[in-house]
Design a protein around this ligand. Structure first.
Ligand SMILES: Cc1cc2nc3c(=O)[nH]c(=O)nc-3n(C[C@H](O)[C@H](O)[C@H](O)COP(=O)(O)OP(=O)(O)OC[C@H]3O[C@@H](n4cnc5c(N)ncnc54)[C@H](O)[C@@H]3O)c2cc1C
Length: 475
């Protein structure tokens, strides 16, 4: 969209039959489900991008700010409704811990400082070790507290474990555990409280569909169901993209496909000096997710738009996913019941229910074809923890996606849905660079490059890379 608007001759080659990738959609029997993202946070980045092409995001993609933002259910130990606005949120926290409620403003101002310092770092390329010496980076280190984990940092503000959990489950957006996720990521919950949790009407996939429409309007050629099978090179420089149907020359080639999967498949090993197969395979990858998309007869009026249920033994649950690499026995899960806010998602008198269970990625070797049916039963039973009775007789549409499905249907390496993890050793300079360092002419966007995974962040990567291209091609 950005490049087409600047007059570039853009061809987009997409393997699937629809646009959006992880932010695509499933449309069946009158139900529509987002495949992946359901929380749209920090719309600022996309608003700025839309403004750059002369459009207004909120007009192009109507959306609602959700309040309560979400309900967090602590298995066997009550719940907390995250509320829009510091006062309402503090009142809700006070139900669990009056002392923690008093600390909320301090948490907010600490994170406001963090984001102010870190945003310039996240919105610029980080392609040299010298970038660590930029004054804004050095200044940020004190606020960043790199030696602390997310949960450790929250202990400065919140003593009640449930409150800390309500401010740290967001590390799952990165596929990481709050106990080893860098403390920088307290900003995730902060962004929700500061800027809201948004629901685009029709789902997050509408963002992608609108961007595809606008790109087409600006002259881009979007070719669906046309997977790229390889790149061609002139010397060391990538010069063309090849599919089964054609060969496309390009002055710049942008790789948005999952980095670990596509770099290994599309760029010959001898062309990659830094990101060899061995190096890619030795990276830490995020967890995966077991998904259920359920079309339900009737509505579920008491179930919030977003509900997160945290297992009572969260430490074991995290350990199963991250260290033991076994199927979580009593998993945490997330449920979206978006039809209570957005009637466009299900036929009248029906609900579109989305269930996400964090599980180990395929490195674990779990035999999904054999365990999936049993896991479905376990997950359906656990829905009672958030007040959903037995749904089995009411299911009129069902699709299950296991970590194998993320590989087969979405070409995601190891089914690691949130990409390479976001340890500090795999961020900034240490993540594959936006101007891909191994192959001149190739630029990366998406969760596998700087700044990382998650919607506002991948949009930032697209903005960084298109600026680099504009500079390199002297547009
Ligand atoms: C279950 C789930 C829930 C999530 N929830 C949230 C959330 O609530 N909020 C949030 O901000 N983020 C969320 N995320 C993260 C967010 O979805 C990702 O960070 C983001 O969508 C990744 O975008 P991407 O462009 O890197 O990859 P993708 O969306 O995977 O895009 C890559 C595209 O490349 C295509 N492709 C791959 N190989 C080829 C090839 N050889 N030729 C042509 N095309 C190819 C793919 O089909 C795909 O369309 C969630 C992710 C998942 C999986």
């Amino acid at each position: 969209m950005l490049l087409a608007r600047q007059g570039c001759d853009v061809t987009l080659l997409e393997a699937r039959a629809t646009v959006g990738g992880r932010t695509g959609y499933i449309e069946e029997q009158g139900f529509r489900f987002d495949i992946g993202p359901t929380f749209f946070l920090y719309p600022q980045v996309l608003q700025e991008i839309f403004a750059e092409v002369g459009r207004d995001l909120m007009t192009e993609v109507p959306m609602t700010k959700i309040d309560p933002l979400y309900r967090v259910v602590f298995e066997g130990n009550g719940h907390l409704d995250a509320r829009d606005g510091v006062e309402a949120m503090a009142a809700e926290i006070a139900r669990l811990s009056p002392e923690d409620a008093r600390n909320l403003p301090r948490y907010m101002s600490d994170n406001r400082r963090k984001i102010d310092q870190f945003r310039p770092i996240l919105s610029n390329p980080f392609d040299s070790l010298l970038d660590f010496l930029r004054p804004n980076v050095l200044a940020s280190l004190k606020t960043l507290r790199p030696q602390r984990s997310l949960d450790g940092d929250l202990q400065n503000f919140f003593s009640d474990e449930r409150v800390r959990r309500a401010f740290s489950f967001q590390s799952k957006y990165l596929g990481m555990s709050p106990f080893n996720c860098p403390s920088l990521f307290t900003i995730l919950a902060f962004l929700e409280h500061e800027y809201g949790v948004w629901h685009p009407t029709g789902g997050c996939n509408m963002l992608m569909r609108k961007m595809a429409d606008l790109a087409t309007e600006f002259g881009a050629d979007i070719r669906l169901s046309e997977p790229v099978t390889g790149l061609e090179f002139e010397g060391k420089r990538a010069s063309a993209v090849v599919t089964d149907q054609a060969r496309y020359d390009g002055d710049a080639i942008i790789l948005n496909a999952d980095f670990a999967e596509s770099a290994q498949k599309l760029i010959p090993q001898h062309m990659r000096r830094r990101w060899t197969d061995k190096k890619i395979q030795s990276q830490k990858f995020s967890c995966s997710t077991y998904m259920m998309y359920l079309g339900i007869r009737g509505d579920l009026p008491d179930i919030q738009h977003h509900t997160i249920c945290l297992a009572d033994d969260l430490v074991t649950n995290v350990d199963e996913i991250q260290t033991r690499l076994t199927l979580p026995a009593n998993p945490s899960f997330y449920v979206q019941n978006a039809s209570i806010t957005d009637p466009t998602l299900a036929p009248e008198g029906h609900s579109a229910l989305y269930v996400l269970v964090p599980v180990p990625n395929c490195h674990a070797g779990i035999d999904w074809p054999n365990v999936s049916a049993g896991y479905r039963e376990l997950v359906l039973d656990r829905l009672s923890l958030i007040g959903i009775g037995d749904l089995r007789d009411r299911i009129v549409y069902e699709k299950v996606l296991t970590p194998h499905g993320w590989i087969d249907e979405h070409r995601i390496y190891k089914g690691a849905t949130f990409n390479m993890s976001h340890d500090l050793s795999q961020m900034l300079y240490f993540r594959p660079h936006n101007r891909f360092e191994d192959v001149p002419g190739v630029y990366l966007v998406g969760g596998g490059t700087h700044p990382g995974s998650g919607l506002p962040v991948i949009f930032e990567s697209a903005r960084i890379s298109s600026r680099l291209i504009a500079r390199d091609l002297k547009l």
